[in-house]
Design a protein around this ligand. Structure first.
Ligand SMILES: Cc1ncc(COP(=O)(O)O)c(C=O)c1O
Length: 363
C-alpha cells in the first residue's frame, strides 16, 4: 500500500474560518477574528521595515545557521549560541524534534486537551502517543503524567501556558514532576505564550532551569505578532541542539523571518503594549462573561475558554456570533466539545464581541 496506515488514519487539520469565508457566507457589517490566538495589535513597525529591507537579499538562500538571531537570543537569555535553535515557528522546531529523536518503538506522552500540533506530529511519525486527562480545573495533571511514564516513553510534551485552556502549572509542581522523569526522557516545554505569563509569581520560566533533558520552545507568532512569517526557537543542552541542527531543513527559517525576529526583539515597546492589551482585555472579558452568567477558565494566556452546558449550546453560540462577524474557536478537536476559545482582541474588537453577545445571549 502506498500510504502507511498511520497516515491514512490522520485527520486533516481543520482551520478556523477565514475572514473571506465569513464575508462570503454571512456578509456581516464588521469582522473580529478572535479564533486563532493571534496578536490583534499587528506586529512591530520595526519588524515590518526589517522585512522590507531583507527583500534586497531575497535572491540568496537564508543563513542556515540563523547566526545573528541565535546570537541575539543567546545574549538576551544569558546562554550560548550552541544552546539555541530556530525554526519555522515553534511548531517547526517541534517537527524537528519528532524527526530527530523517535525510534518506531518509542512512545510520547501528553495531556488530553492540549495543542493539537504535537498530537499530529507524533501520529504522523507513526509512534504511539498516550494522553493523560487534565485535572477537573482544566490543568495539566503532572502527578498523573509522571505516573504514566513507561520504559518506552521517549518524549513528554507540556504546554505552559496550555492551549486551549490558558491554564498553567507552577514552578513547584514542575520541580516535583521533573524529579520523577528519567534522564533519558526529553521534556518539551512549549512556552508559546510565555510573554503573557512571565509576570505570574509562581510561573516557571523554564529558561531558568537549564535541565539537560528539557527543551524550551518559544515563538514570534504570538506576543510579537509575526505568525504569518513562521519563526520560533528552542533552547536546550548543546548536545540536543547540535543533533537537531543536523536534521533541520537548512534554509528554514526564511530571510525575512530572521530579519523580522531580530528587529522585533529590539522593539520592547511594541511587546509591552501587546502584553498590556491582552492583560486588560482579559480582565474586561472576565467581568463581561461573569455579567452574562457564563462559566470560564481563568487564563494566563492571550485567550479565555468559556464553558457551556453542552455541545449544542457551544455550537449555537459560536454560530450566532459568527453571523455577527465575531469568529471564535470551538474545541471539539481538543476533546472539549462544550467549550469555546475567545482570543483577546483590541478594545474595539472586544466592544464588537460584547455587542454581539448582548444580541445573541438570552438576558
Ligand atoms: C501551545 C502552542 N504551541 C505552539 C504553537 C505554534 O506556534 P508557531 O506559530 O510558533 O508554530 C501554538 C499555536 O497556536 C500553540 O498554541
Amino acid at each position: 500500500m502506498l500510504v502507511p496506515s498511520h497516515i491514512q488514519t490522520l485527520k486533516p487539520y481543520i482551520a478556523g474560518k477565514t475572514i473571506e469565508e465569513v464575508v462570503h457566507e454571512y456578509n456581516p457589517p464588521r469582522i473580529s477574528k478572535l479564533a486563532s490566538n493571534e496578536n490583534r495589535l499587528g506586529c512591530s513597525p520595526k519588524a515590518r521595515e526589517a522585512v522590507n529591507r531583507s527583500m534586497d537579499q531575497i535572491m540568496n538562500y537564508p543563513d542556515p545557521a540563523s547566526k545573528l538571531l541565535r546570537e541575539r537570543l543567546a545574549k538576551q537569555f544569558g546562554i550560548k549560541t550552541g544552546n539555541v535553535i530556530t525554526g519555522s515557528g515553534s511548531e517547526g522546531v517541534m517537527a524537528l524534534i519528532t524527526r530527530t529523536f523517535f525510534l518506531d518503538t518509542d512512545e510520547a506522552l501528553t495531556a488530553d486537551a492540549t495543542f493539537i500540533g504535537f498530537v499530529v506530529l507524533a501520529n504522523s511519525r507513526g509512534i504511539k502517543l498516550r494522553r493523560v486527562p487534565l485535572t477537573s480545573g482544566y490543568r495539566f495533571d503532572l502527578e498523573a503524567m509522571a505516573a504514566a511514564i513507561r520504559p518506552e516513553t521517549k518524549v513528554i510534551y507540556l504546554a505552559n501556558p496550555n492551549n486551549p485552556t490558558g491554564t498553567y502549572f507552577s514552578r513547584k509542581e514542575f520541580e516535583a514532576f521533573h524529579k520523577k522523569v528519567p534522564e533519558h526522557v526529553l521534556i518539551i516545554m512549549d512556552e508559546a505564550y510565555f510573554e503573557y505569563a512571565r509576570n505570574v509569581a509562581d510561573y516557571p520560566d523554564s529558561m531558568k532551569y537549564r535541565y539537560d533533558n528539557v527543551i524550551t520552545l518559544r515563538t514570534f507568532s504570538k506576543a510579537y505578532g509575526l505568525a504569518g512569517l513562521r519563526i520560533g526557537y528552542g533552547f536546550a543542552h548543546e548536545d540536543i541542539i547540535s543533533n537537531l541542527m543536523k536534521v533541520k531543513l537548512p534554509f528554514e527559517p526564511s530571510t525575512p523571518a530572521q530579519a523580522a525576529a531580530l528587529a522585533a526583539l529590539d522593539d520592547t515597546d511594541f511587546l509591552d503594549r501587546s502584553v498590556a492589551m491582552v492583560h486588560s482585555g482579559r480582565d474586561r472579558l472576565y467581568d463581561f462573561l461573569t455579567s452574562k452568567g457564563l462559566n470560564f477558565v481563568e487564563s494566563v494566556s492571550n485567550s479565555v475558554m468559556a464553558i457551556f452546558g453542552d455541545e449544542p449550546e457551544a455550537e449555537a453560540f459560536t454560530l450566532a456570533m459568527l453571523k455577527k462577524g465575531v469568529i471564535l474557536r470551538r474545541l471539539p478537536a481538543f476533546g472539549l466539545p462544550n467549550c469555546v476559545r475567545i482570543t483577546i482582541g483590541t478594545p474595539d474588537e472586544m466592544d464588537h464581541f460584547e455587542m454581539a453577545c448582548d444580541d445573541v445571549l438570552p438576558v
